[in-house]
Ligand binder design. Structure first.
Ligand SMILES: [Zn+2]
Length: 138
């Protein structure tokens, strides 16, 4: 004997015993299994527990992947901080100065609104927007 959790098209679930899994399949095909609530024969076995643990494994893997991306972005931030000058709110102005003066090739970083970034790109100034990862986050 084998016990299955069944779900009907009406959304109700119920348990039922069968002699074997092949017996369940043949009864199901012959539409001899009926919902105890609405008598419909559109019955399916509900998802078993192992599927749930698979799902949570996937979430775990995703979180791990996100952590790796975060780590890379954090390294990128460190690189920028080490090699570029922080101009903060003056970013747009400084980026233009560098682009038109061509006196310095030093990289800069700072804040710009999406509109400002768009304007700079329109003028042919190379700007890259990066997600700024908070160091305190792990
Ligand atoms: Zn039903």
């Amino acid at each position: 004997m084998i016990k299955y959790n069944l779900i009907c098209e009406c959304g109700n679930t119920f348990e039922s015993w069968f002699p074997s899994s092949s017996e369940f399949d043949s009864l199901c095909k012959k539409k001899l299994i009926k919902c105890i609530y609405c008598e419909s024969s559109s019955i399916k076995k509900t998802v078993m527990a192992p599927h749930l643990s698979n799902k949570s494994n996937k979430i775990f893997k995703k979180t791990k992947l996100e952590k790796n991306i975060k780590k890379q972005l954090l390294n990128f931030r460190k690189y920028i901080e080490k090699n570029c000058r922080n101009v903060g709110e003056n970013f747009t102005k400084e980026a233009r100065n560098i682009h038109y003066d061509k006196k310095t090739s030093q990289g800069i970083y700072g804040k710009a609104t999406p509109e400002e970034t768009y304007e700079l790109l329109e003028e042919g100034i190379e700007v890259v927007t990066v997600p700024w990862i908070d160091k305190s986050e792990n």
